[in-house]
Design a protein around this ligand. Structure first.
Ligand SMILES: NC(=O)c1ccc[n+]([C@@H]2O[C@H](COP(=O)([O-])OP(=O)(O)OC[C@H]3O[C@@H](n4cnc5c(N)ncnc54)[C@H](OP(=O)(O)O)[C@@H]3O)[C@@H](O)[C@H]2O)c1
Length: 436
């Protein structure tokens, strides 16, 4: 019998407790697949007294995450506490420095300190596996790092935050406001009490920075991502998108351009016929455009105990099998620096919604300002607002435009001129379009 892989787990919350259960429940299958048993030998959490529905008899309760990380009886340190700082970070560093392999689901830590940790893993020979950190059950890290090791990648984009996709789906399907859908998401446990990190796009940005590093061989850099959240999206935008053959999703997009790698997170119009547009509710999805192959779209649960534990246990199984890939798909010394792509240079189609003042010549003024910047219009919809009794309401009229590919700089200049002309009320809405 080959010696078991001895695992120590720090954190027994939603994910950690489920990992202990899965290792127990799947013991025979894991032994058969890995050629050796996987045995949990030590655990820890904040409170030893808390009821967790786990049978921890025969398992050592360590006094701290660091104690597990440095325990000579532990081969693989599994960090399921969360947070980019103490105690998760120092414990992972200690485990790697001791030559152990580490498994974590901690996107914040990988996005902020992934390079340093990867260098430590490389130096001391341990694995650093973090499949669950992006898209939970979706095996996107493995797909990029191993499955597509021989394929150049031009673009990777995805729905990486279930909270935002849930809100946008409800807004679209039920015509509800952003605020109403957010309140429901909080009531159902899909959104945090402080939802800023999710709805303002920062969670997606952390995950995108990790995917971009794997796809393009760049140093993982959250600060190089341009970020916009979904607060400004209205039911009207979603209705207009629907009429024009699009859906609005919060996408993380990393793309190779002539000017370098662009990493951006923002509400995005995607054609209704695209794979990514079919993804509704809390589900996550990632599309990878590999050179010479049709796009690959992976869809699945991006959060939840079972989905996250599924990826964590698969990472532990790789350690048991002796499989070790470089954390970012190549040695750290080979990763290239990346700077923030200036959004003014972004090129693509745009959705523009303006409230045109109700006087003669407004449409002509808008058309002139766009033409001055060489912006061509693909379609235009002018909606007379309804009073509710079927009769047209007087006052500003929504004008919705879809442009052909142009630059962000041109769009910003045209809209500034339109605003200066005082032919529209309020700020124009701008949503970028991503074609498949
Ligand atoms: N939940 C998901 O759907 C999901 C999805 C993808 C990735 N993740 C990632 O998975 C990780 C764990 O998330 P989770 O949802 O399982 O979190 P959680 O339910 O809040 O659990 C955190 C665990 O860490 C323990 N802990 C906190 N501070 C500690 C300390 N100082 N020393 C020792 N233990 C400490 C807690 O102990 P007590 O139980 O005693 O309080 C708890 O058991 C995070 O990195 C998260 O981003 C989660």
């Amino acid at each position: 019998m080959v010696a078991p892989l001895k695992v120590g787990i720090a954190g027994l919350g939603t994910v950690g407790a489920e990992v202990v259960r899965v290792i127990e429940r799947q013991a025979a299958t894991l032994t058969a697949r890995c050629g050796r048993p996987i045995k949990v030998v030590a655990v820890t959490a904040r409170s030893k007294a808390k009821k967790r529905g786990l049978d921890l008899r025969g398992i050592d309760w360590a006094k701290s995450p660091l104690a597990i990380a440095t325990d000579p009886n532990v081969d693989c340190f599994v960090e399921l506490i969360g947070g980019a700082g103490d105690p998760a970070g120092p414990a992972i560093e200690a485990a790697l420095a001791a030559g152990k392999s580490v498994v974590t689901a901690n996107k914040a830590l990988i996005a902020k300190h992934g390079l340093k940790l990867a260098a430590l893993a490389e130096k001391h020979g341990g694995a650093l596996n973090y499949e669950a950190a992006v898209g939970a059950a979706i095996p996107v890290i493995k797909t990029l790092r191993e499955g597509l090791a021989g394929t150049g990648i031009d673009r990777i984009y995805g729905i990486l935050n279930g909270t935002c996709n849930y809100i946008l789906t409800r807004m679209e399907q039920e015509g509800l406001s952003f605020e109403a859908c957010l309140a429901d998401a909080q009531r159902l446990g899909y959104a945090e009490a402080d939802p800023t990190f999710d709805i303002d796009g920062h969670d997606t940005a952390q995950k995108l920075s990790i995917l971009a590093s794997l796809a393009f061989g760049t140093k993982v850099s959250e600060s190089a991502v341009y970020v916009e959240g979904i607060r400004s999206i209205t039911p009207e935008d979603l209705r207009a998108a629907d009429d024009l053959g699009y859906r609005v999703k919060l996408l993380g997009v990393a793309v190779r351009t002539a000017k370098g790698i662009e990493q951006r997170v923002h509400p995005t119009m995607v054609p209704k016929t695209s794979s990514i547009a079919q993804v509704m509710g809390v589900t996550n999805a990632v599309t990878i455009d590999g050179q010479g192959i049709p796009p690959i779209t992976l869809v699945g649960a991006g959060a939840g105990a079972a989905a996250t534990a599924s990826a964590v246990v698969a990472d532990i199984a790789d350690v048991a099998r002796g499989i070790r890939a470089e954390p970012f798909g190549r040695p750290v010394a080979g990763l290239k620096a990346i700077s923030k792509a200036p959004m003014e240079r972004h090129e693509g189609g745009y959705y523009l919604r303006m409230l045109a003042r109700d006087h003669a010549g407004t449409a002509a003024t808008i058309a002139t300002r766009l033409a001055e910047q060489d912006i061509s219009i693909e379609s235009i919809v002018q909606r007379q607002p309804d009073r509710g009794d079927g009769k047209a309401k007087s006052g500003p009229v929504p004008v919705i435009l879809i442009t052909y590919a142009t630059s962000e700089d041109a769009v910003r200049r045209a809209l500034k001129a339109v605003q200066a002309d005082k032919v529209i009320s309020g700020r124009p809405q701008v949503i970028r379009i991503e074609k498949n």
